[in-house]
Design a protein around this ligand. Structure first.
Ligand code: DC
Length: 224
C-alpha cells in the first residue's frame, strides 16, 4: 500500500474558458464513480447572489460580495456538489449574460477566492472528487493524485461553444466574434488560469470528448 492510499482520490481538471473542463469532469467523475465539483459554478453563484441587490457591479466592495457568499452552500447530490443560493439550486441562470459578464470581477477578489477554495476543499474531506476550474491543481489541491490541464485553440473552443448553444455549425462571422470574446475572457482570467508544474497536458483540439475522458480515466485508475 502506498502512502497515497490513505487519502481519498482527488483529480483536478483545469484550463481556460470553454476548454471542455466541466463536461469532461462530469464524465470522468461518472466513470470513476466519484463526485464532481465545478469551482466556476461557485464563483458564478456568489456573483448571482450579489447581483440580487441590484446595484452596479463596479461599486461592489469585496466585503459586500463576501456577505453574499455566506448565502451560498454546496449541497451534496448523487453525482456532484450543487451550489445553492439560500438553499435553492440556481441552475441555468448561472450561465446567463448577467452573471457571465460580472463573474471575472468577483473571481479577482482575493478573499472571495479564499472562501471558494475552502468550500471546494471541504468536499474532498469526506468524498473522492473530480474538481474543475482554473487553479484547482495549483492553489486548491497542490497534492492532488492527478492534475490535468486541458487546452484547445481559441477558434476550436469558440466552435464548440457555438455548436452547443445553437445546435448548428457557426457562420464565419459568428465564429470570429465568439473567438474574440473568448480571447478577451482568457485575458481577464489569465492570472488565476495557470497549469500546475506536474499537470498532464491534454490538447483536445483534434480529439473527441470520449477520447479525452478515456485518457483521464485511465490515468486516474493507474494512480488510484
Ligand atoms: O469556468 P467558468 O466560466 O464557469 O468560470 C467562471 C469564472 O470564474 C471565470 O471568470 C473564471 C473564474 N474561475 C476562477 O477564477 N477560478 C476557478 N477555479 C474557477 C473559475
Amino acid at each position: 500500500m502506498s502512502s497515497f492510499d490513505r487519502f481519498p482520490l482527488v483529480v483536478t481538471i483545469d484550463g481556460p474558458a470553454a476548454s471542455g473542463k466541466s463536461s469532461t469532469a462530469t464524465a470522468v467523475a461518472a466513470r470513476l464513480g466519484v463526485r464532481h465539483v465545478d469551482s466556476g459554478m461557485l464563483y458564478r453563484s456568489v456573483t448571482a447572489a450579489r447581483l440580487q441587490a441590484g446595484d452596479a457591479p463596479d461599486l461592489w466592495t469585496e466585503q459586500s460580495v463576501l456577505e453574499a457568499a455566506r448565502r451560498v452552500t454546496l449541497k451534496p447530490g448523487e453525482t456532484d456538489f450543487v451550489p445553492c443560493i439560500d438553499g435553492t439550486d440556481c441552475g441555468d441562470a448561472l450561465h446567463g449574460d448577467a452573471v457571465t459578464s460580472t463573474v471575472s470581477l468577483v473571481a479577482k477578489m482575493s478573499h472571495v477566492r479564499a472562501w471558494v477554495n475552502i468550500a471546494v476543499r471541504s468536499t474532498a474531506a469526506s468524498h473522492e472528487v473530480v474538481v474543475d476550474g482554473r487553479d484547482m491543481g495549483t492553489a486548491v489541491f497542490p497534492d492532488a493524485r492527478l492534475k490535468v490541464w486541458l487546452v484547445a485553440l481559441p477558434v476550436e473552443r469558440a466552435r464548440r461553444r457555438l455548436l452547443q448553444r445553437t445546435g448548428r455549425a457557426p457562420t464565419p462571422a459568428e465564429l470570429s466574434a465568439e473567438t474574440a470574446e473568448l480571447e478577451a475572457r482568457d485575458l481577464k482570467d489569465r492570472e488565476q488560469t495557470q497549469p500546475a508544474a506536474d499537470a498532464v497536458w491534454i490538447d483536445t483540439t483534434g480529439i473527441s470528448q470520449d477520447e479525452q475522458v478515456g485518457r483521464i480515466v485511465a490515468l486516474a485508475e493507474e494512480r488510484r
